[in-house]
Each structure stands twice: as structure tokens, then as C-alpha cells.
Design a protein around this ligand. Structure first.
Ligand code: ZN
Length: 94
């Protein structure tokens, strides 16, 4: 297991604003310290830059961000549909 990103290797339901906020904060920290790279081109819809997403909100209706670990290449997705009552997930891409 990659020591750099093992903390992120999980399936994390993002169904509350608190969970979403925590996930954004965590991802932001890993991006800031250089562990994660943001794959801006991988989103299926246009998204503002991840750096502009405030961890505490307010958020746009949909959030879709893809990342990969710079150390091992593991890929992660943060996907949230807030307009449908906050259904979302952080997950490791299969
Ligand atoms: Zn890794």
C-alpha cells in the first residue's frame, strides 16, 4: 500500500454537508502538500478549478473532481450531486 495516499484509499459517503466539507478539506491538504494532482480534464462536465472550491461551502449543485496520487498513480474521485439532496461519494477508481 502506498504510504502517501493510504489515508485516501477508502469509500467515503458524502451525504451530509459536514462530510463533504471534511472530504474537501482533506483533499485540499493532499493537493497542497503535493501528494495529489487534480485531473481537471477527467471531469464529465466543466468544473471550476478545485482550488476555488471552498471546503466550508457554499457549493455549486454538482461537484466532480478527479485526482491521482503522484507517488503510486492511484486514482480518486469526489462526486457530489447537491441538488438531489446531497448524494455523493469519495472513492478509489476501479
Ligand atoms: Zn499513492
Amino acid at each position: 500500500m502506498c504510504p502517501a495516499c493510504h489515508e485516501l484509499c477508502m469509500t467515503w459517503p458524502l451525504t451530509t454537508p459536514l462530510a463533504l466539507s471534511a472530504a474537501l478539506r482533506l483533499a485540499r491538504g493532499f493537493v497542497a502538500d503535493g501528494t495529489l494532482a487534480v485531473d481537471a480534464d477527467a471531469a464529465s462536465q466543466p468544473m471550476p478549478p478545485f482550488a476555488e472550491v471552498e471546503p466550508q461551502g457554499p457549493w455549486s449543485d454538482d461537484l466532480e473532481y478527479h485526482f491521482h496520487c503522484r507517488h503510486c498513480g492511484e486514482r480518486f474521485t469526489l462526486f457530489v450531486e447537491t441538488h438531489q439532496g446531497s448524494s455523493g461519494q469519495w472513492f478509489v477508481e476501479p
